[in-house]
Structure formats: structure tokens, C-alpha cells
Design a binder for this molecule. Structure first.
Ligand code: SAM
Length: 329
């Protein structure tokens, strides 16, 4: 009999986010520590055949959505071939990627041809100097070229993601929405989460999704829209425009009761909740020579114990110990 992934709170898991590297060509201040602050030593990455095998096991148990992330997924050598292999797994009908887009102008067409269905692109600012500051040295022009390339390749809808930080980019909300309208992309604004190394950024300069929404409503009329993509954002149509604006509020209004996802790190650790350190090492299991059936049993048992909810809040609670680049945000 087919085994589905259902945890002890009766949540069905149908979505896996797979990090393919913890390396990134950008070093965004809210995401990645400087090298001296790195939290763990590097273990060997999962090989492509191991990633494909794990995803196939998840697909056998009802997982339908896969998102490839990182670090920066496009810096992993051979990424197009991995996308192609995953797109051929029976049962996977939504294959997406989260990227900073710096390398997208090089890969957009090949990724589409390989079977990638959707892309989320991180874009926090439209000012080159600020981009350099946030990403510790990145070039905004590369990102804008990448966005154009993926739009030209016809991968729709493109979603932009902006992490909003007070005093850093909260003055650019109108510009970011106008950019999305001009390019016919959706845009989602994300509350900054308290990842281990960023402390004060997420506390003193925190801005809630509700505040972000009010700032946008000074300029646009927002009408509730149905959610899509199985994600945690609440969406709104902009009156008179085609695009949607989404708000993701992991801190002020968490969405744990409807969480449908788990994460696989680049080193083969299955992370059951973004905001809790509950993890199990699948790499050791698969390298010990077990078969798929046993692997599926191990995964199903681990998923049973998915934590009920994350614990982060601005004032108290357990922050995420690992940097987001290692978990695969
Ligand atoms: N390199 C890719 C990128 O930039 O989109 C993928 C990996 S990145 C870890 C994935 C997402 O996590 C990005 O949208 C990023 O903005 C988000 N992220 C990272 N740190 C975060 C934090 N402290 N709070 C909220 N979102 C964060």
C-alpha cells in the first residue's frame, strides 16, 4: 500500500525544498555570515544521483512540489542537468527554483528547456549602491539582466522576493512594486527572520508584514487574491494592474498549522522545520547501502515528528542557529 507523508498533527507533506549548495556568490547581510562566523564545517555535498534518489523516494510518498535552492543554486556545477533529472521523476509536477538571478542570464533558456517551471528571485533594492551594501559586493546589473532573461525565456509567473529591513529598504517599497508592474512579475515582501548571526537586524530594525502592507496601501488599492503555489504568502491583487503582491509573515502571523514542507540541506540533512533544529541525517543512511523501501520508512518516521511550530519571535524564542544559506531558505 502506498505510504503518504502525514505528521502527528495531521499535516500532509507534499513539498520539499532542496538546497544544492551552501555556497553563494552574494553574501546578503541577513542571510549569510562572514566566513569567520560560519557555523559548521563543510561536509561532502550530496551527489546528483543521491539528490534524485531522495526526491524519488519523497515522490513515491506523495510529494508533488520541489523547489531547488541554496546558497545559490546556480553556482552548483551541472545544475541544468540536475533540473532535467528531477523533472523526469514520476509524480513531481511542480519544479521551481529560488535564485538571486546573478547567473540567470546565462542559464535561463537551458533551465526552461530542462523542465524548470517557476522561479522566485530575491530583489531587495533597485539602487546599485544599496544592493552592493546588502549583498556585500554584488552587482545589481547582473540581477536585472537575469530577471529579463527569465522573462524572455517565458517562465511565468516570475515571483520577486524582498526581505524588508527598516532604514535599509523600507523606503523602496513603491519602487519595487512599480518595477514588478512594469515587468509583469509578482512581488512578495518577507519579514526578516532571526537567523543566528543577525541579531539586532531582525529585532531593532524589524518591520512587520502588516506595516509593510500599510505602506504599500498609501499608493495602491489591494484586493484579496487566492493563494497559489502552495506557499505561505497571503496575496492581493493591485487594483487596475495584473500582478499580485504577497506578504510573508513568519514572525507576526506564522502559518505552521498549514505547513506542508520539509527541507533537504546540500549535505543531506532532512530539516523538518525551518525554525527548529529538528534534523535527521539522510546522507549517512543512503551511504550505508540501504534500499529505497527502508529509506522511505526512515523518512516517514522522521516526518511523523515534524515540530508543531517554529519558535521565533522578535522578543524571545529560539532563533535559527544555522545561517539561512546552510538550511536552504
Ligand atoms: N541564493 C538564493 C536567493 O538569493 O534567493 C536562494 C537562497 S536564499 C537563502 C532563499 C531566500 O531566503 C531568499 O529569498 C532570501 O531573501 C531569504 N532569506 C535569507 N535570509 C533571510 C532572513 N533572515 N529572513 C527572511 N528571509 C531570508
Amino acid at each position: 500500500m502506498k505510504q503518504f507523508l502525514i505528521d502527528k498533527y495531521n499535516r500532509k507533506i507534499n513539498y520539499i525544498r532542496v538546497s544544492v549548495t551552501d555556497r553563494c556568490d552574494l553574501k546578503c547581510i541577513y542571510c549569510i555570515p562572514t566566513d569567520s562566523e560560519r557555523h559548521s564545517t563543510r561536509r561532502a555535498l550530496l551527489r546528483f544521483e543521491e539528490i534524485v534518489r531522495i526526491i524519488r523516494c519523497f515522490a513515491n510518498m506523495g510529494v508533488r512540489h520541489v523547489r531547488i535552492t541554496g546558497g545559490e543554486p546556480l553556482v552548483r556545477k551541472g545544475i541544468v542537468s540536475l533540473i532535467e533529472q528531477i523533472s523526469h521523476i514520476d509524480g513531481i509536477d511542480d519544479l521551481a527554483m529560488t535564485t538571486n538571478a546573478t547567473l540567470l542570464s546565462k542559464y535561463a533558456r537551458d533551465l526552461k528547456d530542462a523542465g524548470l517551471k517557476r522561479v522566485n528571485i530575491s530583489l531587495d533594492t533597485l539602487k546599485p549602491e544599496k544592493f552592493k551594501l546588502i549583498s556585500r559586493g554584488g552587482n545589481l546589473e547582473d540581477v536585472l539582466k537575469g530577471i529579463n532573461a527569465i522573462i524572455d525565456a517565458g517562465l511565468n509567473p516570475v515571483n520577486l522576493n524582498s526581505v524588508v529591513i527598516k532604514g535599509l529598504n523600507d523606503s523602496e517599497l513603491l519602487d519595487l512594486v512599480n518595477f514588478s508592474i512594469k515587468n509583469n512579475t509578482n512581488i512578495r515582501f518577507i519579514e526578516c527572520m532571526p537567523v543566528g548571526h543577525i541579531g539586532s537586524l531582525s529585532r531593532e530594525r524589524f518591520i512587520s508584514a502588516k506595516e509593510i502592507k500599510s505602506l504599500i496601501e498609501k499608493y495602491f488599492t489591494l484586493e484579496p487574491a487566492p493563494s497559489f503555489g502552495g506557499g505561505p504568502a497571503s496575496y492581493f491583487h493591485i487594483k487596475g494592474e495584473k500582478i499580485k503582491v504577497g506578504f510573508i509573515s513568519p514572525i507576526t502571523q506564522h502559518f505552521c498549522e498549514s505547513c506542508n514542507r520539509v527541507r533537504l540541506t546540500a549535505e543531506g540533512i532532512l530539516r523538518l522545520c525551518l525554525g527548529q533544529n529538528a534534523e535527521i541525517d539522510l546522507r549517512d543512511y543512503i551511504r550505508s547501502g540501504i534500499g529505497d523501501e527502508t529509506l522511505q520508512e526512515i523518512i516517514a518516521k522522521a516526518v511523523q515528528n515534524k515540530p508543531q511550530s517554529h519558535q521565533f519571535s522578535i522578543e524571545e524564542g529560539i532563533p535559527i542557529e544555522k545561517p539561512m544559506s546552510m538550511i536552504g531558505g
